[in-house]
Design a binder for this molecule. Structure first.
Ligand code: BGC
Length: 766
C-alpha cells in the first residue's frame, strides 16, 4: 500500500512537471497546479537590478525596454512572459537613446502641479496621454502615482507627491490611475505607506498613532484603491510602528485587501531586504527588483512549511492574474512612436491650471511690455522636474526666455548672453551632464551669479520690466534643508531681488518673480518686494512656455496651493520631529534643521495636526494658506444650497465670473463637524470642484456630493470610523482661509464603521 502511494506521488509530481499548459486568463488554476515550487518562487521575484537580466528561470535574456526599472520573470514552458515596470510619475522613465533611435518621453507636470490643478478631469486627460506612452513604449506598469502625504515641506520627494491633505491626494491619485489604466496598462501606487522623508528611508521607523494613520497617511491610498482599482501597489522601504511595511500582513492584507477590496499585486520598493519570507506571508506578491537569493529563500521556506502552500499559491495567483492582463501577455505590438507632439501640446495647454499666482498688484498679465530684463539662472536653465527615479528623459525643456520670445517679447540679449555663458561655465565646473551625478542625485541647481546693482542700472533703460526666476530642486535620496539656498533665499538672491525692485521701481517700472521650485520655501520675508509672484513649480518640459503664456495673458492661471506656505518653518508642528542626518545621500551635515537628529525613527507626535488642519484650528498666521491662488479675473459665489440625503449631503453653489477675462475657479468644500463627538480640526476638506472656463459674466452651478463615510473621523478606542449626528457647517472656500459662503446641514443618524484594530504603535507617540 505504502509503495503504491509513493509511486502515485512521484507520478503526480512528474505529471505536474511535464504538464505544459500555456497560461491564459481561463486556466490560471491549471497553470498553478502545473508549476513546481521553484517556478512559483520565480514568479514572485523580479528579474534583477538593471531591470533586464532575464533571471534564472527564463530562457531569453532579451532586454525588452532599456532603462525600465524592473521586470517580472518569464517561464517559457508555461507561456508566462516577462512584464516590464518603469518609473514615473512625471512621465515614463526609460533610456532615451538606443543606437541612432530616440525614445524620449514627455515630461509632464510633477505630482504637486497636478494637485495644484484641483481638476481631476484634466489630471485624467494628462495621464491618459502618459499611459499611451507607457503602452507604446512596451511597458506594462508605470511606477506611479507617488502619493505620500506632505507631512513636512522638506521631504525631498514632495514634488512627486500631491498635498498635505489626504482627500485632495486621494482624488488626484484616483484620476491619475484612471487615466493611465484607460490604456490597458497598469500603475503602481507608491509608497505604501507613511514614507514621508528621505533621511534613512530604507530603515526609518515611522511611529504614528492609529488615528493619524487612518485619517491622514492611509486615507489617500484608501480613496485611490476604492475609486480606481490600481493594478499594483508598491510597499515602501520604511518601517511603520516597528515593522517593515513590505512585511506587514496588517497593512498589505488586512487593510489593503480585506478592508478596501484591493485585488491587484503588491510589489516591494527596489531593494533586497532580509525577510523575504515575511514579505511573502504578508501578501507582498513581487520582490523588486529581484535577486536569486530571494527565490532560494522562498523555496526553502515552502519546503520547511514556513510559507504554506496556500500562501504561496495565493501570491502566485495574484501574479498570474496580473500577467494575463498586461499588453506584453496579450502580444500587443507597440509602436515605439507615441505622438509626442500632441502630448507636448496637451502639456503646454494644461500646465497653467497648475501654476499658482501668489501675488499680483495689477502688473499681470503684461501690458505694453516689449523688452524684458530676464534674470535668474532658471530663466535660461529651467527646472522641469525633480531628481531621482522621478526624473523623466524628456526631449527638451522650454525655458522662460524661449517662452517670452514665442509670445512676441524681446528678451534683452546682453543679459541673456551673460547668463548663458555663466550657466555653461558652471555646468562644466560642476560636471553636470544633464543626467544627474548619480542614480539618485540630479544636477545641483546652479547658484545665482553676482549681478551687481550697476549692471541692473545699465540694463534698465533698455528694458520695460524685470523678471527674476528663482530656482530650487530636490529629489529622491535626500531631504531638503531649512537653510539659506533651500528653504530660505541666499543673501545674494535677496540682494538681487531688492536691487531689481529698487532700480525698476525708481524708473516707474515693474518687477516680477517666477518661482521655479519643487516644494515650499520661505516667502513671508520677501513677498512684498516684487509686483507679482508666479509659482510655477517644476511643471514639466513645456514649463517655460506655460510660464510665459501666463505672464503674457495667453492663459489665466487657476492653480491653488495643495499645501500651506507657513510664515516660519518652525511653525510647522512636524518640524520638531523631522530628522536630519549627518550621512544622508547628499553628503555632509548642512546644519541644524530640526530639533531632533535622526535616531532611526520618527515620532509623528503632531498626530493629525498637519497643514491647514493645524494652522486653521490654532489660528496661526501663515504666508499663503492651503487652497490659495489668484486669478486674472474675480469670482462671485452665490448663496449655497446644502441638502442632506440618505447618505451624507449634496452641496450646490453657483460661481460667476465677475471680472473682465475668462477664467476657472476651484471651489473647496470644507466641513466643520458638530461639537461633542471626537475632537476634530476646525474644518476639513471634504469635496471640491472646478468650473469650466467661464467667460466674463458667465456662471456655472457646481454640485459636490459628500457621503457620510467621508465625514467620519477615526475613533481609536472603538477602532471605528464615526460620523456624529448633528448640525454640520458646510463652507465654500476660495482657500482654507477665504470662506465665501456657508450653509448648515443636519445629519440625523450617527453612523460607525468598525475596522480591524491593527497597526497600533508599541507606545503612545510623543
Ligand atoms: C524608488 C521608487 C522607484 C524605484 C524604481 C526606488 O528607489 O523609491 O519610487 O519606483 O526605486 O526605480
Amino acid at each position: 500500500m505504502k509503495k503504491i502511494l509513493i509511486t502515485g506521488a512521484i507520478l503526480l509530481s512528474a505529471c505536474s512537471l511535464f504538464a505544459q499548459p500555456k497560461l491564459s486568463k481561463d486556466n490560471i488554476d491549471e497553470v498553478i497546479n502545473a508549476m513546481t515550487v521553484e517556478e512559483k518562487a520565480t514568479i514572485l521575484v523580479g528579474g534583477g537590478w538593471g531591470s533586464m537580466s532575464a533571471g534564472s528561470m527564463t530562457a531569453s535574456s532579451t532586454v525588452l525596454v532599456p532603462g525600465a526599472a524592473g521586470t517580472t520573470r518569464a517561464i517559457e514552458r508555461l507561456g508566462i512572459p516577462q512584464t516590464v515596470l518603469a518609473d514615473g510619475p512625471a512621465g515614463l522613465r526609460i533610456n532615451p537613446v538606443r543606437g541612432d533611435q530616440t525614445y524620449y518621453c514627455t515630461g509632464f507636470p510633477v505630482g504637486t502641479v497636478m494637485a495644484s490643478m484641483w481638476n481631476t478631469d484634466l489630471v485624467q486627460e494628462l495621464t491618459s496621454a502618459m499611459g499611451n506612452e507607457v503602452l507604446e513604449y512596451g511597458v506594462d506598469v508605470i511606477l506611479a502615482p507617488g502619493m505620500n502625504l506632505h507631512r513636512n515641506p522638506l521631504c525631498g520627494r514632495n514634488f512627486e507627491y500631491y498635498s498635505e491633505d489626504p482627500f485632495l491626494t486621494g482624488k488626484t491619485a484616483a484620476a491619475f490611475i484612471n487615466g493611465i489604466q484607460s490604456n490597458g496598462v497598469g500603475v503602481s501606487v507608491k509608497h505604501y505607506a507613511v514614507n514621508n522623508q528621505e533621511v534613512n528611508r530604507m530603515e526609518n521607523d515611522s511611529r504614528v498613532s492609529q488615528r493619524a494613520l487612518r485619517e491622514l497617511y492611509l486615507k489617500g491610498f484608501e480613496i485611490a484603491v476604492k475609486e480606481a482599482q490600481p493594478w499594483t501597489v508598491m510597499s515602501s522601504y520604511n518601517k511603520l510602528n516597528g515593522e517593515y511595511t513590505q512585511q506587514s500582513y496588517d497593512l498589505l492584507t488586512t487593510i489593503l485587501r480585506d478592508e478596501w477590496g484591493f485585488d491587484g499585486i503588491v510589489m516591494t520598493d527596489w531593494g533586497t531586504k532580509e525577510g523575504t519570507v515575511q514579505a511573502v506571508k504578508a501578501g507582498n506578491d513581487l520582490m523588486e527588483p529581484g535577486a536569486d537569493i530571494e527565490i532560494d529563500r522562498i523555496v526553502k521556506a515552502v519546503k520547511s512549511g514556513e510559507i504554506t502552500q496556500e500562501e504561496l499559491d495565493r501570491n502566485v495567483r495574484n501574479m498570474l492574474e496580473y500577467i494575463v492582463t498586461t499588453p506584453r501577455f496579450k502580444g500587443y505590438k507597440y509602436s515605439d512612436k507615441p505622438d509626442l507632439k500632441a502630448h507636448a501640446e496637451l502639456v503646454r495647454r494644461s500646465t497653467p491650471e497648475g501654476l499658482v499666482l501668489l501675488e499680483n498688484n495689477g502688473v499681470l498679465p503684461l501690458k505694453d511690455v516689449k523688452t524684458v530684463a530676464l534674470y535668474g539662472t532658471g530663466s535660461y536653465d529651467f527646472i522641469a522636474g525633480g531628481t531621482g527615479s522621478g526624473n523623466v528623459n524628456k526631449p527638451y525643456v522650454r525655458n522662460v526666455a524661449e517662452g517670452l520670445s514665442v509670445n512676441g517679447l524681446e528678451v534683452n540679449a546682453d543679459i541673456a548672453k551673460w547668463y548663458e555663458q555663466y550657466i555653461a561655465l558652471e555646468k562644466t565646473r560642476l560636471g553636470n551632464n544633464g543626467n544627474g551625478s548619480g542614480i539618485l542625485l540630479g544636477d545641483p541647481v546652479i547658484s545665482e551669479m553676482e549681478v551687481g546693482r550697476s549692471f541692473i542700472e545699465r540694463m534698465e533703460p533698455r528694458t520695460d520690466i524685470a523678471i527674476f526666476t528663482l530656482s530650487r530642486n530636490a529629489g529622491e535620496g535626500g531631504d531638503r534643508y531649512a537653510r539659506n539656498g533651500d528653504w530660505y533665499l541666499t543673501g545674494q538672491e535677496r540682494e538681487l531681488m531688492q536691487d531689481l525692485a529698487d532700480v525698476y521701481h525708481a524708473a516707474g517700472k515693474k518687477f516680477i518673480v517666477v518661482l521655479n521650485i519643487g516644494g515650499v520655501i520661505e516667502t513671508e520675508s520677501w513677498k512684498h518686494i516684487p509686483d507679482a509672484i508666479l509659482l510655477a513649480w517644476t511643471p514639466g518640459q513645456e514649463g517655460g512656455y506655460a510660464v510665459a503664456d501666463v505672464l503674457c495673458g495667453k492663459a489665466n492661471p487657476s492653480g491653488k496651493l495643495p499645501m500651506t506656505f507657513p510664515v516660519n518653518y518652525f511653525d510647522i508642528p512636524s518640524s520638531t520631529n523631522f530628522p536630519y542626518n549627518n550621512n544622508n545621500a547628499q553628503g555632509n551635515n548642512r546644519g541644524r534643521q530640526s530639533q531632533r537628529r535622526n535616531v532611526d525613527f520618527t515620532e509623528y507626535a503632531e498626530g493629525i495636526d498637519v497643514g491647514y488642519r493645524y494652522f486653521q484650528s490654532e489660528g496661526v498666521t501663515v504666508s499663503y494658506p492651503f487652497g490659495y491662488g489668484k486669478s486674472y479675473t474675480t469670482f462671485e459665489y452665490s448663496k449655497p444650497v446644502v441638502k442632506a440625503g440618505a447618505d451624507g449631503f449634496t452641496a450646490t453653489i453657483t460661481v460667476r465670473n465677475t471680472g473682465s477675462v475668462a477664467g476657472k475657479e476651484a471651489v473647496q468644500v470644507y466641513v466643520a463637524a458638530p461639537a461633542g463627538g471626537l475632537e476634530k480640526p476646525a474644518y476639513e476638506l471634504k469635496g471640491f470642484a472646478k468650473t469650466k472656463e467661464l467667460a466674463p459674466g458667465e456662471s456655472q452651478t457646481l454640485t459636490v456630493a459628500v457621503d457620510a463615510y467621508t465625514l467620519a473621523s477615526f475613533n481609536e478606542a472603538a477602532s471605528a470610523w464615526e460620523t456624529a449626528s448633528g448640525t454640520y457647517k458646510v463652507m465654500f472656500g476660495a482657500s482654507a482661509a477665504d470662506i465665501r459662503a456657508t450653509a448648515e446641514c443636519k445629519i440625523k443618524k450617527a453612523q460607525a464603521w468598525e475596522v480591524h484594530n491593527v497597526l497600533a504603535p508599541a507606545q503612545p507617540v510623543k
